[in-house]
Ligand binder design. Structure first.
Ligand SMILES: NC(=O)c1ccc[n+]([C@@H]2O[C@H](COP(=O)([O-])OP(=O)(O)OC[C@H]3O[C@@H](n4cnc5c(N)ncnc54)[C@H](OP(=O)(O)O)[C@@H]3O)[C@@H](O)[C@H]2O)c1
Length: 266
C-alpha cells in the first residue's frame, strides 16, 4: 500500500472504523471524521496503540461550512489526503409514508452532500498534483429499488451518481474514483437507524453478510488497485445486469425478497 495520508469518514463505527484500522496497520497516517468524539478518539487511540498514526477530527458532516473549515485545516496543517474514503452515512429504511421530510433531507446531507463537500474541498489539490484516490461507499440500493426504503435508496443513488460522473470527469486528471457497493455488512448500522432492519429484504441465495473487516479489505484493495467498481458480494453484479435487462421480473423478485425480509424479522 502506497497511500500515506488517508481520510476516512464515518470512522467511529462499523465499516469506517475497520477501514481506518486497516489503513493504520498498513502504515498510513489516518485522519478520522465522525460526530461521536469519544468513539472517534477511541478508534484513533486503538490505531496508535497498534503502532499506527491517526488524528481525529470530530465533525457533523451535515454542516457544509464546518466541513469546509475542517478540510481547510487539514490541508494547511497536515496536507492533501492521498485517499479520501467517503463512507459516513445514516438513514432509516422506512416506507414513504413513515419517512419525515427532515429525515429525507438528512439522508441527502449525509452521505451525499457530505461526500460532495469533502471531495470538492480536496479535489483541486489532487488534480493539481495529478494523483489521488476518491472512494465512495454505497449500497446495492443504488441500483436495485426495493420497496419500503425510498429515501434511503434515493440518497444512495445520489452517491453512486456522483461517483460515476466523477469517474468520467476526472479521468484525464490522474485522480482515480472507486465506487464500492456493499451488500449486508455486520455493523451497528441497524441499532443506529432504528426501525430499518425489518425493511431490509432477504439476501439473495447463498449470500452471507460481510464482516466489517471484509468490507474494509474490499475498500482498501479497490482504492489501491484504482478499481472503478468494487461490488461485494459479487452476485450483485449479476443482479444489476438482470435488473437493467429485465426490470419487471427483477422488480417483482425484489418485492418478494422484501416481503420475506419483513416476515423473518421481529
Ligand atoms: N451495514 C451495511 O449492511 C451496509 C451495507 C452497504 C452500505 N452501507 C453504508 O455504509 C456506510 C457505513 O455504514 P456502517 O454499516 O458502517 O454503519 P455505522 O456503524 O452506523 O457507521 C456509520 C458511520 O457514519 C458516521 N456518521 C453518520 N452520520 C454522520 C454525520 N452527520 N457526520 C459525520 N459522521 C456521520 C457515524 O458516526 P457518528 O454517529 O459518530 O457521527 C459512523 O461512524 C453507510 O453509508 C451505510 O449506508 C452499509
Amino acid at each position: 500500500m502506497t497511500a500515506k495520508l488517508v481520510l476516512v469518514t464515518g470512522a467511529s463505527s462499523g465499516i469506517g472504523e475497520a477501514t481506518a484500522k486497516r489503513y493504520g496497520a498498513a502504515g498510513a497516517h489516518v485522519l478520522l471524521i465522525a460526530r461521536n468524539a469519544e468513539r472517534l478518539y477511541g478508534v484513533a487511540h486503538a490505531i496508535r496503540e497498534a503502532g499506527g498514526t491517526a488524528t481525529a477530527f470530530p465533525l457533523d458532516l451535515a454542516g457544509s461550512e464546518a466541513t469546509k473549515e475542517v478540510a481547510a485545516r487539514i490541508e494547511a496543517e497536515i496536507g492533501t489526503p492521498d485517499v479520501l474514503i467517503n463512507n459516513a452515512g445514516a438513514g432509516r429504511w422506512l416506507p414513504l409514508i413513515e419517512t419525515k421530510a427532515e429525515d429525507a433531507r438528512a439522508m441527502i446531507d449525509v452521505p451525499y452532500l457530505a461526500a460532495f463537500n469533502l471531495t470538492r474541498a480536496f479535489a483541486p489539490a489532487m488534480i493539481a498534483r495529478g494523483t489521488g484516490s476518491l472512494v465512495f461507499v454505497t449500497s446495492p440500493a443504488a441500483y436495485l429499488a426495493w420497496p419500503n426504503a425510498s429515501a434511503y435508496i434515493a440518497a444512495r443513488r445520489a452517491v453512486a451518481g456522483l461517483a460515476e460522473a466523477l469517474q468520467s470527469e476526472l479521468k484525464p486528471t490522474g485522480v482515480s474514483v472507486t465506487l464500492v457497493v456493499l451488500g449486508s455488512v455486520e455493523t451497528p448500522y441497524w441499532q443506529h437507524n432504528p426501525g430499518s432492519l425489518q425493511n431490509v429484504p432477504e439476501d439473495p441465495p447463498f449470500v452471507r453478510a460481510l464482516t466489517a473487516d471484509e468490507a474494509a479489505k474490499a475498500i482498501v484493495q479497490g482504492a489501491a488497485r484504482k478499481k472503478k467498481f468494487v461490488i461485494k458480494p459479487g452476485i450483485y453484479r449479476a443482479l444489476f445486469v438482470l435488473g437493467a435487462l429485465f426490470p419487471k421480473t427483477v422488480a417483482s423478485q425484489l418485492r418478494r425478497a422484501a416481503k420475506r425480509g419483513r416476515a423473518t424479522k421481529p
